[in-house]
Design a protein. Sequence first.
Lengths: 315, 455
Amino acid sequence: MADEKKRGWLGRLREGLARTASNLTGGITAIFTKKKLDDETLENLEELLIAADLGVGAASAVTKRLASTRYNKEISAEEVKEALAEEVTKILAPVALPLIIDASRKPHVVLVTGVNGTGKTTTIGKLAHRLRQQGHSVMMAAGDTFRAAAIEQLQVWGERAGVPVVSGAVGADAAGLAFEALQRAKADSIDVLLIDTAGRLQNKANLMAELTKIVRVVQKLDPTAPHDTLLVLDATTGQNAHSQVDLFRQAANITGLVMTKLDGTARGGVMVALAERTKLPIHMVGVGESIDDLQPFDALSFARSLAGLADETVS
Amino acid sequence: MFESLQDKLGGVFSRLTRRGALKESDVAEAMREVRVALLEADVALPVVRDFVRKVQEQAVGTEVLRGINPAQQVIKIVHDELVAMLGSEQEPINLRANPPVPVLMVGLQGSGKTTTSAKLALKLTNKENKKVLLASLDVYRPAAQEQLRVLGEQAGVKVLPVIPGQMPVDIAKRAMQAGALQGYDVVILDTAGRLAIDEALMAEVVAVKAAVNPAEILLVVDSLTGQDAVNTGKIFKDRVGITGIALTRVDGDARGGAALSMRAVTGCPIKLLGVGEKIDALDDFHPARVASRILGMGDVVSLVEKAAATIEKEDAEKLEQKMLKGQFDLDDLAKQFRQMRKMGGMDGLMALLPGVGKVKKQMAESNINDQMLARQEAIILSMTRKERRKPDVLNGSRRRRIAAGAGVQVQDVNRLLKQFQQMAQVMKKMGKLQKKGAMSPQALRNLIPPQGYGR
Ligand SMILES: Nc1nc2c(ncn2[C@@H]2O[C@H](COP(=O)(O)OP(=O)(O)OP(=O)(O)O)[C@@H](O)[C@H]2O)c(=O)[nH]1
Ligand SMILES: Nc1nc2c(ncn2[C@@H]2O[C@H](COP(=O)(O)OP(=O)(O)OP(=O)(O)O)[C@@H](O)[C@H]2O)c(=O)[nH]1
Ligand SMILES: [Mg+2]
Ligand SMILES: [Mg+2]
């Protein structure tokens, strides 16, 4: 947990991803020790991708693409990894986009959404810290007025990041709180306002309507807000991520994705399918519970790490 | 949960049903679709593989019962495998230990441990009349202890006061002491979220376990989990020795893969379902109900069960008729042997006829096997038609001829004939027993002479 070691962010990301990918690549290595890329081998490869949560469709698409150029050729484990990383990078590169803050908006409003327990509050804490490091003034809104101690949790992150937290009473209207926070941020000429929201399952219409209401109310003060609406996905989540993206988009016009918990055994392969299908930008990944365990999403290193290759692109 | 998986499987099976006669390739095709449906529902790959293999094996080895179509038979097999995968009994929280009974909650970050701890406390208090103490061992996540305090307050359940700076193992010991001193029945220990590969934190939870010896260690798992269920389930099982699963966010629209995988991967029963954020949103898990819900084919399943029961009864009745009329001859016996072979030998037959399982051991002990059946049949086939109808005519020379023809010893022929006579007697006895056919355990035992059949 408390990760004292100060490593470069890439080092940490690589370490996290390498761990998540070790099973996958172990499998690949076992399958290909310089042999023909035949049907059986491809089938095994497809299953390995399925086991990484790519989903049946994306896994077979990636496999087919591999087959289209290399079928029946002698191919080594290393070459398969390279080819796999290449295919995955092609899919992810177009959506690996940073979160761009326009501080002139005063504030640039970022609404953070997602199902329960994915890491919204933690991500906001980390993001506040990073934005502060970049020289922005930041304010956070404790928009989760429902869950026990959600406000206290964000307040702790506020202290850690050195950022003020606007909060209301437990059970208060979340939209009202967001409105109030935006007023305060405007008055204080804050660069970025990060709004936390309660976790909600996407199939709960009333809770999704509440989210829509937050957006509507915020727009009364600033019709261009929220400038970014992030959906936080948990890397352990499987194919349900598709439904999460679709329904949160409907309710709150999601503009970008964040994936957390990539430091665990889950591989987050559903991102590949999501990138292909929705083209939504993937801004950041969470790789731990400490304040600087938030990293920009980098397609090449994600893909290479997923394929079990050492990252040689950045030092 | 499960609705969408049900739709998918329903589609596969209704296409299968429309086929009528089924080729092996039809079954294979359907199982390919089942595989995809299960994978799209996030059932873990090794679990899916295993499931498909088992169903396919059975579908090929099983003769279709009269009165139902092959697709229905396949559906029944899928249903039975689902039940096997989920476990058939509802399993309660284990509180069989000296009070205060420690219950330990573990799992990944954000899976729902704290919420489920409070829900379980409320449930045990209200439904089982237990005096419950909650304690938070989460000294890491911001406001985690405060969260449990608030939830305990909502549930009206006591929460162990926090001593700042105290570490998890010590908190656990203190909770148990407080529980013992203050007469609590159950102490529920909430822990911090931890990754399966976080060695330090896994060691910590193992130390907590050693300190309090929990009666129940529940792995709290998000039902939205994908393929990682394999890693997490396996490592927590191996490392911590979990005893049960609590599935959360079952109120979501996940297709239920985690539910199917978790039991298969860990071998531990699913004991609780979290079905909402509110403190009372906790259900028991009923595996059989869930299996029917996943398949949505309850009518087909009961139809097949009925058909199997009918066949058992009809066959028994037919045989009974013959016996009562004293018409059972060696031809009938040969027919029986042939039928047994056609039905996939002794094992196939046993699998097909419910309720015969008990006899299986006896038969094995008595050297009844497929080879033996074939030999018996060969002996009968070496007889003339007349000999088969009227075994009385079989004198010494006829017996020698038959033995030579069947490639056996004369003693084997003698033994068979003796068995036949015994059977005739048995049948007379059975005639008196109502509705009990040749395949009833009793009757089968009577068919077996004490010394067993010849080799
Ligand atoms: N290992 C790891 N844990 C994380 C990461 N991000 C968040 N967590 C942990 O996940 C748990 C849930 O995080 P929260 O930030 O409370 O999640 P949330 O989405 O705000 O939850 P709700 O508000 O209850 O819906 C906490 O224990 C966090 O420490 C990550 O990138 N890696
Ligand atoms: N809809 C729904 N939400 C749930 C359920 N169980 C828990 N939650 C929510 O999931 C989020 C995380 O729950 P927690 O109990 O804090 O999870 P945890 O495992 O203790 O998290 P950490 O201590 O950070 O590892 C909260 O927002 C809960 O309200 C459930 O069954 N259904
Ligand atoms: Mg939160
Ligand atoms: Mg907790």
